[in-house]
Design a protein around this ligand. Sequence first.
Ligand SMILES: [Zn+2]
Length: 1026
Amino acid sequence: MAIAVFLLVFFAAFISAQSSYIKYNTSQDVVEGKLNVHLVPHTHDDVGWLKTVDQYYVGANNSIRGACVQNVLDSVFEALLADKNRKFIYVEQAFFQRWWRQQSETDQGLVKELVKSGQLEFINGGMCMHDEATPHYIDMIDQTTLGHRFIKREFDQVPRVGWQIDPFGHSAIQAYLLGAEMGFDSLFFARIDYQDRTKRKDEKNLEVVWRGSKSLGSSSQIFTGVFPRHYDPPDGFVFELNDVSPPVQDDVSLFDYNVQERVNDFVAAAFLQANVTRTNHIMWTMGTDFRYQYARTWFRQMDKLIHYVNKDGRVNALYSTPSIYTDAKYATNESWQVKTGDFFPYADKPNAYWTGYFTSRPAFKGYVRMMSSYYLVSRQLEFLSGRSSSGSTTDTLADALAIAQHHDAVTGTQRQHVADDYSKRLSMGYAEAEELVSLSLARLSESIPQTGYRDPITEFKQAKIINLHIDCPLLNISYCPPSETNLSPGKSLVVVVYNPLGWKRGDIIRIPVISDSVIVRNSDGIEIESQLLPIDLTSLNVRNFYVKAYLGESPSVTPKYWLAFSASAPPLGFSTYIVSSAKQTGSRSTMSTVHTPLGSESGNIEVGQGNLKLIYDVDEGKLIQYSNSKSMVKASIEQSYSFYSANDGSDKDSQASGAYVFRPNGTFPIKPEVQAPLTVFRGPVLDEVHQQINAWISQITRVYKGMEHAEIEFTVGPIPIDDGIGKEVTTQFTTTMKTNKTFYSDSNGRDFVERIRDYRTDWDLEVNQPVAGNYYPVNLGVYVQDNMTELSVLVDRSVGGSSIVDGQIELMLHRRFLHDDIRGVGEVLNETVCILDECKGLTIKGKIYFRIDPVGKGAKWRRSVGQEIYSPFLLAFSEQDGNNWTSSHLPTFSGVDSFYSLPDNVAMITLQELLDGKVLLRLAHLYEVGEDEDLSVMANVELKKLFRDKKIGKVTETSLSANQERMEMEKRKLLWRVKNDIKDEPKIVRGGVVDPTKLVVELGPMEIRTFLIDFDRGLSREVAGI
Ligand SMILES: [Zn+2]
């Protein structure tokens, strides 16, 4: 009995002594002289992938994946309030904004406190973590700006760190433009080539100073950290509800007390990482995809680890953020290796090059690009016509487009239902922006200049009365109801042609018409040359099927012809063309002549009415020569198609080709079918060569009279897979040029980066995939050169491209599979389009542009035509009876001063009136240093002439995302020490501060400058006396 009493007393004492509340000391800061383990609590929340963005947010469709971002943010919020030492970073503003809108004012106040105290830090800060291979740089800027300005407005915070942890390779643009020019102090990510990573770990070069731009060099560098493995914690330290890592069990009254073991594990993992890292600071990324749905499980363990590890004392553990980590690194005064170029392509295993997604879902990629251009032009028109406080805005389109830049969106690596969700959002945004564009163009065309301010209400009503159909989003499949109208006598079609570029520009307009007898007049009422071309059968078939599939009804009429005519429009302005039915006698549009070489015919055919001629071999039905009588270039060139058969993963390596990975299993040329020879259409505006390559590939090559490049419009699909083999379809341009394994591809549509086949600048490449391992993303174009000439190919959307043999450029156009590539999406990339139950593989149409120049002369064309491809003419249609349009509307308009246009080397990439009435302006120099002898120089833009009729009040230069003053940003820039400074770095040229009286903006090569402009409201320049 005595023993029993003793035991009871002992046990009670034991419980009361050891099971009491333990206050964990989590306040630890950086400690000099120790290895500091920065614990960075984070979650990686994909803005759509296996589920749609909204499904991820609310936690719907959890049978696919148990993920609910609302839970993450709710529980993190509570966990941070529970201990002021805890920290958390949040990245994806698309999710955060959904959550923020739903919080009470009190909770919003508490969140603001958390942000202010640094417990909750926004990093990266865009709407999503954009991809770096397939988005256009303008879209990357726009989506980041949207997030950054929200963070500034609600929290008065400026994100300091780039956090691109998941994208599949990293672009030069991300480093210098979306990094340094955003004012970021550092950039972190996980995915680089496995061979590169091994070497960097060996040499402790995972952390570098990255100079992404040749032109801006050290003035635009950023400290960059690559994680040693991935963006999850070290093994054994993952603490979501169902994770298997052992918790720290520090209650001696319970079984399995393990404090010392867990401390030992922690210290061992820390030293392991320290072995591959410079300085005594390492970062642990404490979290991964959709984690912290019950944040307490993580913080409980980290509280204990920090407490006991620091008691142990061998290393120092602390709650941290990437900003704190960056400052700690900077404070060490260490020198870092300089990294140039980029981190493409990415392979995670010898046969797993993630170069397939450069092309996956090409139709969606084309749609995103088209919407990108539309977003730019609609904001421009909104500004020019005056923003109205009610009515349609570009906000829906802005959101949809931002989300579409996510690294599982424009990449084409999401599930089908998610791809449909992105497209739906874009089309809703487009529909709203279209109303705005219609209203704006109507206002501008109805306005009478120099009469001071007009009543916007009246304008709005007027605009509603007129019937202005904007654009034809399905023009690419020959569907444009406004132009397919029956032109009875006296009735005509009005085509308003708007030019979003800052310089006057001409282009050929092509619209489908039903009449074979029309005339076209320009803004001055003068008849101009026009040409009719038959709409080919392939296009009509595609048109009929897709209009039914997309719109649910068959087209009511079938146009017979394309009407083509040359149009021009002033900078940021429009001109008007009138298409009428031709009289019985008199002039009319020219019907193209047709030439179909007969089977017995042989020899060559020359195509082209101007300086450029393409020569085709009739027997083989193929292009053989390019010649330009002006530039004196004459070169052999062939263009052909082939496909790679997709590896199905049935050999000893189970890696299949799929949405992400390109793993070819042989290449097969597609020979033109002899039975269907080429057909040539000729006329005064352009010549066309129609070729049916095989049953599912056809193309039309166009040579325009006044242009010195050729355009190929291809139609590819449905790709047959009934033979059980997935296929990846490519086109090749083949010349005899000696290109020495070298080619150049753009970085997100901006700088060109040199590529050398089977070679990497940063390590000795072990070549396992001679094709897939040489593929690079292409957003603008690719070129090759030898000592005589250069061949450039430009694209209308992002694709994958390479130069697999010397003298050749190859682009991948379309992909279709029967297997998944085991990277998580869990669905085969096999796009189909259905009418009821009738489904076909997706057919795509797109355009490629090519040209051969004397060596060193190609940049001008790539840059200026590149802008034209990105920002095509916007077409608006109306009808008039008699002269009722022409008599009441301006025939031409320009938003800039007459006789002024932007210099040839500058583009206006943003012009937007913000909610607060300020105007956001971005100007981009289009040339790199040394790229062109005339245009790679300092450029000047005169703001006074750019903004006609407006009095400029104040001009403030900001960071690229317009969330801080440029001057402030420059002041707090960290000056990193580097080990291998580049000796022959070209002299960096940047524009100076803008003089508030002269208001001239200077731009050095590749410089983009961002301004917030206050205009004096209600004052035209005339009124203001200027
Ligand atoms: Zn991701």
